[in-house]
Write a protein that binds this ligand. Structure first.
Ligand SMILES: [Ca+2]
Length: 234
């Protein structure tokens, strides 16, 4: 009887240890919390925006603004892929991002605004439409917003840009916001990271500690359940 009681008393202690282990594991995984990485309102200038084709003229303008007093005006476009572009490769990590920007057509035929991203340099690049919104002149400000998961190789060269179907369309953009929703999840990182780490000789110790603690926690729960069931049957 005494030994049975001792076993029952050990149960809660073990459960607390498992709970703490799982909490630590959860904390390690949730190190990838949502965070705002780029916010541009053009109140202090054009930030690092450039013209994508080189011919477009970008002007910080007080003619229209979605927020504050200024926006970025793009004129002198001659091709539909022309537009304001921002290089973000050095600011992001592989993972999922939400990108939002407001745009307003100043002059142009009805067509689509596109919020796009280029991953990789010309010749080996991917072009992704993150959001497409049809607009006609007089629509006012429209929001372009979407999410995209940048792969591991994306740290090389990544841009976001805003284009319009009409090659000669002129438009404003304002209030760009890029939020990191999560970096690549632990399971995927463990697999890809292991291969990468073999080549680079680096070890993401936090990732492995997290996985090991998680497995110990699961094993602990399993043992506890079995122990309780056995004792209960006696
Ligand atoms: Ca503004």
């Amino acid at each position: 009887m005494k030994s049975k009681l001792r076993k029952y008393k050990k149960g809660p202690k073990l459960a607390v240890l498992i709970f703490v282990a799982l909490l630590i594991n959860l904390f390690a995984i949730s190190a990838n919390a949502e965070r705002e990485i780029i916010s541009v309102d053009f109140e202090q200038g054009a930030f690092n925006f450039l013209s994508r084709g080189g011919d477009e003229e970008l002007t910080v303008s007080d003619e229209e603004a979605h927020g504050g007093k200024y926006s970025l005006k793009t004129t002198n476009r001659t091709v539909s892929w022309h537009g304001p572009v921002l290089e973000i490769g050095q600011m992001i990590r592989p993972g999922e991002y939400e990108i939002s920007v407001w745009a307003r057509l100043l002059k142009g035929t009805p067509g689509d605004f596109k919020l796009s991203s280029q991953v990789g340099r010309y010749g080996a690049a991917s072009y992704i439409n993150i959001d497409i919104v049809p607009v006609t002149q007089g629509d006012g400000w429209v929001q372009l917003k979407g999410t995209y998961q940048y792969p591991r190789y994306a740290s090389d060269f990544v841009t976001v840009y805003i284009e319009h179907d009409d090659p000669e369309a002129e438009y404003y953009i304002d209030d760009l916001l890029i939020t990191e929703l999560s970096t690549i999840n632990v399971q995927e990182t463990a697999l890809n990271g292991f291969i990468k780490n073999q080549n680079e000789g680096t070890v993401n110790w936090l990732m492995w500690v997290s996985i090991v603690i998680g497995l110990i926690g699961l094993a602990g729960i399993f043992i506890t359940v079995i122990t309780y069931r056995k004792n209960g049957k006696k």
